[in-house]
Design a protein around this ligand. Structure first.
Ligand code: SOE
Length: 384
């Protein structure tokens, strides 16, 4: 029997929990996935790290990723965005496969260096766009690839959250341009742009050009002491709270994109709509087991529950109608990624190249917002 793949995980916050949970679920629900040893958890605060390692099932801890990247088979880079490039590149240079959280990097330059390192490596370099692995999204892709929607004319994607409506919500690294790159645009918009590329890339082509509008409504936010109530300091918010963009695809299809962290009442509302000459699709993350489909002569949308045994990934879980949730997307993503590490590594997607393609769109939206005009994706910033 093959040795289990040893995993090093950099970061043990929200994404650490999501991926460690996925690794724990795999042997029971996706037994065909290569076995994994949760080897080393990496972070800075030794006490918190050791507590997380116990809960997540990691055998070792380390406070410096440099000591880990060539000691494991796989690096999960779940650190803040400005720490995506250096450890991921070092791992790839050591022949260690990488799964890096989205957006690929805080800057286009970092993303470029990462995609170059991935091209030189013969191990998979994955960008963790987990929403590709929602069964209903995979099902939507099947319908689009089969031609049920005809020629693609229009894409509409919005990702709305409300955790920053309150001006007293605490400052975090996600509000700092140096650490995060951008705000709602990179954190949420990256997912929507990735889904547009995933679903429509083979039909409408890439996004050619974009407009952009970015807004920050609360200019500084409090940092609290440990009691969570007493304000210690205020730090500036240097990223967007919300963005909107128009887009044109290679085939002439039109797109509208938006995301917000200040959309009161919307918790994790990632909704996409696609219209073609033969029909339409509607998906909402808050109802992720369902896909709304309109094709042929139908006068209205049909709501299809994507939980049948024959639906993507669904047969590995429960009987039809025994619905799945957000965390299952990580299980599917990890199963595909680890299978690629152990086998056909060339074909894994979403790859760093996909992450870079998304980053170019995000960058063009920011530049379009600065200029107040359409910007061609991939055009030279020096020409702005
Ligand atoms: C932000 O609130 C966040 O956690 C993103 O960072 C994730 O990528 C998204 O899936 C859910 O929202």
């Amino acid at each position: 029997m093959a040795e289990p793949l040893s995993v090093g995980m950099l970061g043990y916050g929200f994404m650490g929990r999501a991926h460690a949970n996925a690794l724990a679920r795999l042997p029971m629900f996706f037994p065909e996935t290569p076995a994994v040893e949760r080897h080393t958890l990496v972070g800075r605060d030794e006490a918190a790290l050791s507590d997380a390692a116990d809960r997540f099932g990691f055998e070792h801890t380390a406070t410096d990723w440099r000591a880990v990247v060539d000691d494991v088979d796989v690096l999960y880079n779940l650190a803040p965005n400005h720490l995506h490039a250096e450890p991921s590149i070092a791992a790839l240079e050591a022949g260690t496969a990488v799964l890096c959280e989205k957006p690929l990097a805080a800057t286009l330059a970092d993303a470029e260096a990462m995609v170059a390192a991935a091209a030189d490596a013969d191990v998979p370099a994955a960008c963790a766009f987990n929403y590709r692995f929602v069964p209903a999204i995979q099902y939507a892709k099947r319908l689009i690839d089969r031609g049920d929607l005809g020629e693609i004319r229009q894409f509409r994607g919005r990702y709305l959250q409300d955790w920053l409506v309150d001006p007293d919500a605490p400052w975090t690294w996600r509000m700092d341009a140096d650490s995060a790159g951008s705000g709602a645009l990179g954190d949420l918009g990256a997912h929507t742009v990735d889904l547009a590329r995933f679903l429509l890339g083979d039909h409408a082509g890439e996004i050619d050009r974009v407009t952009g509008q970015l807004a920050t409504f609360t200019e500084e936010r409090p940092v609290y002491v440990d009691d969570g109530e007493t304000v210690d300091d205020y730090r500036p918010v240097t990223v967007d709270d919300a963005y909107t963009a128009n887009a044109e695809f290679e085939n002439g299809a039109v797109g509208t994109f938006e995301a917000s962290r200040v959309a009161a009442g919307h918790k994790n509302d990632h909704t996409i709509e696609i219209h073609g000459t033969g029909g339409s699709l509607r998906f909402s993350l808050e109802r992720l087991n369902e896909l709304e489909v309109l094709t042929g002569d139908s006068r209205g949308y049909e709501t299809v529950l994507i939980t049948d045994e024959t639906d993507p990934y669904a047969g590995n879980w429960w009987p039809p109608g025994h619905v799945l949730g957000w965390e299952h997307t990580f299980v599917h993503e990890n199963s595909e990624f680890l299978s690629a590490v152990a086998g056909d590594s060339e074909t894994f997607a979403p790859s760093f190249a996909d992450g870079y393609a998304v980053q170019r769109v995000l960058d063009a939206i920011e530049r379009a917002a600065d200029r107040g005009t359409w910007v061609a994706v991939g055009s030279d910033a020096a020409d702005d």
